[in-house]
Design a protein around this ligand. Structure first.
Ligand code: FES
Length: 509
């Protein structure tokens, strides 16, 4: 199946793209248009349908193309925002609410797996959180106390069943893991069996409201009463983009000589941190290890991170082979909790974003909450996760305007093939943002020596993209939009791709 990068995850190899069976009625008005075919969108679609809504789901690529398919697929009620941090910012009662919501999200996943007989290897596991310094031990104490008060089952671990260093460790019961793409496909099949419509390769270009929504898409107009943006970060330009920072995490799956694969989940507290688990694929166990996270666009040799990751793992495990390597993007919310609910300033448009590294659980939580809100039911989550809890940022509108004024003039210039060749003294597979007559140009030389020249100005809010050599994509450091080497849009929040630059001479026109 296809994904939003060059390296397929262990979940995306040897699995076909989902093939929808239901056709759609072009002139019909649906109750809800769900945009995005990851865990949030598909769960929302299925839950809304179960409550009687007629739903249509539009995915710009294929189901699991984005971060759900690139996840390491840990399912946790312990979050990247720890309960002591949540308690400090939102109070004890809200920390309890978050713990309840994450537990219910876990129950929801397990319930859907059972109800629809989804064979996705869902399994409960014990998770260990490891401290190695005095400072980490102190943090561990605070996490333990706040987690207990929030209602999470936690104990100090007498021992840890992984060969990792630690001075102190916590043990959390009833954490879990699964195969995220098989789960997605199971949700999709259940949704379709009850009449749901899934459109893949259906990019929503724009949305207008006039008594109902009209979504202009690459497959034609879709009409609906309500829209749910389950797109990881909503498209367009709004305040949420200023409150969610894009990060990238690196994962690899190893075969071990010893065959001693851990039967637990584990996380350390280093910065950047590491996470561990085991999964069996086609009868073979794999140790899955991830980490080395960094802000998107802030590392100029992302490929090398896999070397560091493997070297790190080899310190503790007798690695036989490293069979899969991939990376994936996620968004860290400014105050630690996701933004779920009505899009600020909109009626009947719902969003869910800022899941940190817990997108599978928080995406499920978001789907459930959005379903509750669409039916007008009361829920404390309406204010706790409210996207409008963000205070307006002074200068936001002038920021947008100033950046819009910085639109590149490149498209009116003409480069020659000789100049392109000079600027792009690159080996095949390499890329650079070069300067030419005061303008920047993004150049990539493909494996056949062909050069791709692009305007590097991200069409979202006009930041300059950077090259991600691991995933062979142009990534925007500002709000995480990503583009293929030919400029095509991989993931939002931009609504369209980078502009190609024409040149004169060989291969140009
Ligand atoms: Fe916002 Fe690029 S994603 S400027």
């Amino acid at each position: 199946m296809k994904r939003d990068g060059d390296k397929k995850s262990i979940w995306q190899v040897d699995i076909e793209n989902y093939a929808p069976v239901n056709g759609w009625e072009k002139d019909k008005t649906y109750d809800v248009l769900i945009v995005g075919g990851g865990i949030t969108g598909l769960t929302a679609a299925l839950l809304l349908q179960k409550e009687g809504k007629k739903c249509i789901l539009a995915e710009a690529h294929n189901l699991g193309f984005g971060t759900t398919g690139g996840s390491s697929a840990h399912l946790n009620t312990i979050l990247d925002s720890t309960y002591d941090e949540i308690e400090k910012k939102f109070g004890k009662e809200n920390a309890r609410h978050v713990a309840t919501d994450t537990r219910e999200a876990m129950d929801l996943i397990e319930g859907l797996v059972n109800a629809h007989h989804i064979e996705c290897d869902f399994a409960y596991r014990t998770a260990y959180l490891l401290a190695n310094t005095e400072q980490e031990s102190n943090s561990l104490e605070k996490i333990k106390e706040a987690s207990e008060q929030a209602g999470i089952m936690v104990n100090e671990a007498a021992s840890v069943p992984l060969p990792l260093p630690y001075t102190k460790a916590l043990r959390f019961e009833f954490q879990a893991q699964f195969h995220p793409v098989k789960y997605l496909h199971g949700l999709a099949r259940a949704f379709e069996e009850n009449g749901g419509i899934i459109l893949q390769n259906c990019h929503v270009n724009s949305v207008e409201y006039n008594q109902q929504f009209t979504a202009d898409t690459s497959l034609g107009n879709i009409y609906s009463s309500t829209i749910v943006y389950a797109t990881h970060i909503p498209p367009g330009l709004n305040i949420l983009h200023m409150r969610c920072a894009p990060y990238r995490s690196y994962v690899a799956a190893f075969r071990l000589k010893s065959g001693a694969y851990p039967d637990a989940l584990a996380y350390d507290m280093q910065d950047p941190y590491h996470y561990f688990r085991t999964h069996k694929i086609e009868g073979k166990d794999y140790l899955i290890v991830g980490g080395f996270d960094h802000k998107t666009g802030h590392n100029n040799n992302t490929e090398y991170i896999f070397t560091e990751l493997e070297a790190y793992v080899r310190q503790y495990y007798d690695v036989d082979t490293a069979d899969y390597k991939w990376s994936s993007q996620y968004y860290i919310p400014a105050d630690g909790l996701p933004y779920i609910g009505l899009m600020p300033g909109e009626d009947n448009i719902y969003v869910a974003t800022g899941f940190n590294g817990n997108g599978l659980i928080l995406g499920s939580l978001a789907a459930k909450l959005i379903c509750t809100l669409i039916f007008g039911k009361e829920h404390y989550g309406q204010s706790l996760y409210n996207p409008s809890r963000i205070k307006p940022i002074a200068g936001f509108s002038s920021f947008v305007k100033e950046n819009a004024d910085a639109v590149s003039m490149f498209i009116s210039k003409r480069l020659s093939y000789d100049k392109i060749s000079e600027l792009a003294e690159l080996a095949p597979g390499e890329a650079v943002v070069a300067e030419w007559e005061g303008y920047k140009v993004a150049l990539y030389k493909d494996e056949n020596g062909g050069i791709h020249a692009l305007d590097p100005v991200c069409p979202h809010a006009k930041c300059i993209v950077t090259w991600n050599n691991a995933e062979k994509s142009w990534d925007c450091p500002c709000h995480g939009a990503r583009y293929a080497p030919n400029g095509d849009l991989l993931t939002g929040p931009a609504r369209h791709g980078l502009t190609q630059i024409k040149w004169e001479g060989i291969d140009g026109d």
